[in-house]
Design a protein around this ligand. Structure first.
Ligand code: HEC
Length: 135
């Protein structure tokens, strides 16, 4: 009886401590993705996409820069965007809803479609681990 209770408590506490990134990765895995790669995330981060309407190049770096510890600048509004790397900005990747919302919006704007579960997982790992050595 007691052991069962302990097991339940342990399970509960690990669930409670799962970070939004853990939750999202678990969700992406549940769609059939087997593993994620920060290396591939990095490639996607700098990949150039041509906007169908304007013919202009769009990249994640267009607004966030290549060094995620730096402030970025919004390509359209010119607004400053705080650093995306949690190593420089601890508030990053702490809110599930926020990550979802911006993945959707930014992938559509940059890539021209929503990112796949594989791509989102790869990028999450890349952002989460970013400390400047990836450049
Ligand atoms: C047109 C400008 C722009 C581009 C291009 C862009 N982003 Fe963003 N991104 C933003 C803005 C604006 C925010 C929200 C403001 C903020 O949080 O500072 C944001 C927020 C985010 C967040 C939320 C992080 C958090 O936890 O706070 C993620 C993740 C993200 N972007 C990823 C990407 C990825 C991946 C790409 C490329 C596919 C990309 N962005 C391209 C403007 C851009």
């Amino acid at each position: 009886m007691q052991i069962k209770l302990m097991a339940i408590l342990l399970l509960l506490s690990t669930t409670l401590h799962a970070t939004p990134v853990d939750d999202l990765l678990a969700e992406y895995r549940s769609t059939g993705v087997e593993s994620f790669s920060a290396e591939n995330g990095k490639v996607l981060w700098s990949q150039e996409f041509t906007d169908a309407k304007t013919g202009k190049i769009r990249q994640c770096t267009t607004c966030h820069t290549a060094d995620l510890r730096n402030e970025g600048k919004h390509a359209r509004t010119g607004k400053v965007i705080k650093p995306l790397a949690p190593s420089a900005n601890p508030k990053r990747l702490t809110k599930l809803k926020k990550i979802r919302k911006w993945f959707k919006r930014n992938c559509k704007w940059t890539v021209g479609r929503e990112c796949t579960a594989q791509e989102k997982g790869d990028i999450l790992l890349f952002i989460q681990n970013f400390n400047g050595e990836q450049q």
